[in-house]
Ligand binder design. Structure first.
Ligand SMILES: [Zn+2]
Length: 340
């Protein structure tokens, strides 16, 4: 089991550091960016088990700093009343009510599926119906209560195998299979900041896992968390901070997409983006980077009949476009002016 997990983890880690190969023609280079807006690294903050302090302490800090986060909740453990939620110990699962979870959704946080009753899906669940209940019915309950079907799944005890993975994949876009714990009382902001610096220099996606705040399992000090997030926010130019679902979906789609039917003109390029995922799954726009031979002063882009926003930086043009949604055409002007 451990060997399989490690193997999978290495394969996935390999994908994440892979830079998409640019298409060359000598004058123009075209590539799908590793991360949105061509940022160097990416980070997601995930919270497991729906603990009360995650709602009372972590969410307000993140809201204040405008940092997105993902809460993996256990539908079968969610408190029926506020009284029940407040009576739960700091480390107890489901110390939140559905009303509180809906408040998180309204503030833009992601709610992920952590299994109906947090059963170990490899060792504690044997019958296929029970497996479906833990995975799929759990997701349906989240949709019923929040109005949004969960994009992300988190394996209870991080335990999974091929059979479990296949059921999860049927209706969830991504599952968490690697993570970095940033809790425990002796964790300092410096420790977490160094981990984040490495994500940028290694061009990787890091997934932080947080359980307790102040109290409970692996408690993170609120001041440490806030100090780290302030640091992360300052590095946003190089770091994509987003929910697990958004970054995971981008990566999954990026790795399934190929640039095709490329036509290169003197001051233009056009192409299509072909994605192997089903239409239902293709949702997030990918960032395309076009490197030209000279400094660009003006550029415009269209996909089908829609015009796309462009970002110009010296010789580089950046656009966001959704795969399988029509041909993309980009035209530009160079700074060189020739007078007859
Ligand atoms: Zn858990």
């Amino acid at each position: 089991m451990y060997r399989i997990c490690l193997g999978l983890l290495l394969i996935i880690a390999g994908f994440y550091v892979k830079a998409t190969e640019p298409v060359h023609d000598g004058l123009v280079k075209l590539r799908i960016s590793n991360f949105k807006d061509d940022k160097a690294g990416a980070v997601s903050y995930t919270f497991d088990d729906g603990l009360r302090n995650q709602y009372l302490i972590a969410a307000p800090i993140m809201e204040k700093l405008q940092i997105p986060g993902t809460f993996f909740i256990i539908p079968g453990q969610v408190s029926a009343t506020l009284q029940e939620a407040e009576a739960k110990k700091p480390g107890a699962w489901g110390g939140v009510t559905w009303d509180e979870i809906r408040t998180l959704v309204a503030k833009g946080f992601e709610i992920g599926n952590h299994g109906y009753n947090h059963k170990n899906l490899v060792t504690q669940v044997k019958e296929p119906e029970e497996l479906e209940n833990e995975i799929e019915n759990s997701a349906d309950i989240i949709r019923r209560e929040t109005g949004i079907f969960p994009v992300s799944f988190c394996y209870p005890y991080n335990s999974f195998n091929e059979q479990v993975g296949k059921i999860v994949e049927r209706r969830h876009m991504v599952a968490r299979i690697f993570q970095q714990g940033i809790g425990a009382r002796d964790t300092t902001a410096k420790n977490i900041n160094q981990w984040m610096d490495k994500l940028i220099s290694r061009r990787e996606w890091g997934v932080a896992i947080i359980h307790g705040l102040t109290d409970g399992f692996d408690p993170l000090r609120p001041d440490v968390f806030e100090s780290h997030l302030t640091y992360a926010k300052k590095h946003e130019k190089d770091l994509w901070i987003d929910t697990f679902g958004n970054i995971g979906s981008y990566i999954k789609q990026r790795d399934a997409t190929t640039i095709k039917e490329i036509e290169i003109g003197t001051n233009s390029v056009s192409f299509t983006l072909d994605c192997k995922l089903s239409k239902k799954q293709v949702k997030v726009p990918l960032t395309l980077v076009i490197l030209t031979e000279n400094k660009v002063t003006e550029a415009k882009a269209t996909q089908g009949r829609e015009s796309l926003p462009v970002t110009i930086s010296n010789k580089q043009i950046m656009i966001d476009c959704v795969p399988d949604s029509g041909r993309v055409t980009v035209e530009w002007k160079f700074s060189d002016v020739y007078i007859d």
